[in-house]
Write a new protein. Sequence first.
Length: 108
Amino acid sequence: MDKQKILIVDDSEINRALLADILEDQYEVVEADNGAAAVALLSQHRMDFSLLLLDIMMPEMDGFEVLSYINRYHWNDTFAVIMISADDSPANIRRAYDLGALPGRNLK
């Protein structure tokens, strides 16, 4: 049986490596180092993914911009999104919920 595919989007290579190490036995892990790279990947392969682990604070395109883009085109109808960030402020948690994401745990 094929493993489900997860996309990890974080500008921190250490965080991506940590998550990939935890998940790679049970899932096929794909990584993107910023939001723009994630959108480019999802625009061509979104049906391949079951889950997106998405950092909030990134260069080029932050996690909220990525999530807004995903919502605009209804890509989140095919996969779940969990936000991961060191910034666990109530405002960011509320914004992530409002955009349809599930909260993740603080990694930084």
